[in-house]
Ligand binder design. Structure first.
Ligand SMILES: *[C@@H]1O[C@H](CO)[C@@H](O)[C@H](O)[C@H]1NC(C)=O
Length: 245
């Protein structure tokens, strides 16, 4: 009986101890710090090297490279385009241009620049993209320059056994892409002439293709940001992340 009680109390204490330990890579900011925005920017900078590699104990994936097992680029209206095992290099070099936390509404506004991104993976496409017929399966390489994102994260307070946690319920996102270059290998069963002509066309109408791809890019980035933000807030209470005193 005594042993059982001892074990139970030890487990409880260990468990509590576990939960109230903020790892050193999370720099805590005081909730009512008049320079809260700067403090959080500094926290994100402290976190950056850990985000690059990923944080297994928080289930946060690596962002350098960022790997997307599957991206549905387009589906329906006579087209299906899928990217597979896409490795993206460059997200880790994000530059925070602006960050504003509105604590009263649990809202965070962030403007981020991504100067240069590269994409490597596999694609499979069949159908018509804009007016361009596409069919093939093979390696894809691409890069994008001067990408900018204006992000608004909306959070709610959620009560859990250990206290109140922030949960990001929605994200607004506007992305602009400065320029890109894309190369699809092995289009039309490796037909050289059609493949070259199609790759040229894909790169000659950047405005149209960017407009076409924007919704899927925004949705993909939105999901990634929401997942990472929630992984962090799910492991720590609001009071742990932003103590009142
Ligand atoms: C993007 O890729 C293309 C094709 O490989 C290359 O010509 C171009 O220089 C790259 N852009 C940058 C900014 O490196």
């Amino acid at each position: 009986m005594e042993t059982a009680l001892f074990v139970a109390v030890s487990c409880l204490l260990l468990h509590l101890g576990d939960q109230s330990t903020i790892p050193s890579y999370i720099r805590v900011c005081k909730r009512y710090d008049p320079k809260l925005n700067d403090c959080i920017i500094n926290s994100i900078e402290t976190l950056r090297p850990y985000l690059l590699k990923g944080i297994p104990e928080l289930e946060v994936p690596s962002i350098e490279p960022l790997t997307l097992p599957e991206v549905l680029v387009a589906q329906g209206a006579g087209i299906k385009a899928v990217g597979k095992n896409i490795n993206i290099n460059g997200p880790g070099s994000f530059v925070i241009k602006k960050l504003n936390v509105d604590l009263a509404n649990y809202q965070v506004d962030i403007s981020v620049d991504l100067p240069y991104l590269t994409f490597n993976g596999e694609y499979e496409v069949s159908g018509r993209l804009l007016v361009l017929p596409l069919k093939g399966k093979g390696p894809v390489r691409a890069n994008a320059t001067d990408c900018k994102g204006d992000v608004v994260l909306y959070a709610q307070l959620v009560k859990k056994a250990d206290g109140e946690h922030l949960r990001f319920t929605d994200i607004d996102m506007k992305i602009t892409i400065g320029g890109y270059h894309v190369r699809l290998d092995n289009l039309f069963n490796g037909d050289k002439f059609l493949g070259e002509a199609t790759n040229a066309a894909l790169n000659e109408n950047p405005k149209e293709l960017i407009a076409y791809l924007k919704p899927v890019v925004e949705k993909t980035v939105k999901n990634i940001i929401q997942k990472i933000a929630n992984k962090i807030t799910q492991h720590f209470t609001l009071e742990e992340l932003l103590p009142k005193n």
